[in-house]
Design a protein around this ligand. Structure first.
Ligand SMILES: [Zn+2]
Length: 137
């Protein structure tokens, strides 16, 4: 193959290599491999200019992983909320987002704000702080 392509991500003249490679994808703590992705791969930064059809396969795998991550996160959030003995409604009013926010978070429909995730994680480990949170409301 005589065609040469250069990595736009590295932007320093790094030459891409046309190849078929397994590509690792990760979302939150999940990680998986999209097998045999053909395209122009950067040997330095891992960027890939996909061959036809491959971008869709890669995007589909990533979308599926995001869905799984959102569901796992929702289940974790639900477990913490139950440990704190809060209804979905009360949690939505206390932490913001409205009465149906936790229903959506827990089903993986929407992601809670980062501050909510951090606070809930903290309260899950220190439920004794709930009294202070309620006083601050
Ligand atoms: Zn690169």
């Amino acid at each position: 193959m005589t065609e040469k392509r250069f990595c736009l991500q590295c932007d320093d003249g790094t030459e891409l290599v046309h190849d078929t490679r397994d590509m690792v994808i990760s979302v939150d703590t999940l990680s998986d491999t999209v097998p045999a992705v053909s395209g122009w791969h950067c040997p330095v930064c891992g960027e890939c200019e996909f061959d036809e059809g491959e971008a869709q396969r890669y995007a589909d795998a990533l979308a599926e992983m995001r869905k799984s991550a959102a569901i796992r996160q929702g289940q974790a959030l639900r477990a913490i909320r139950k440990r704190l003995r809060l209804s979905q409604r009360d949690a939505g009013l206390l932490f913001g987002g409205g009465v149906s926010a936790f229903s959506e978070y827990e089903r993986g429909k929407t992601r809670p704000p980062k501050s909510t995730r951090i606070l809930l994680d903290l309260l899950g480990r220190h439920p004794e702080l709930m009294d202070e949170v309620r006083r601050a409301d």
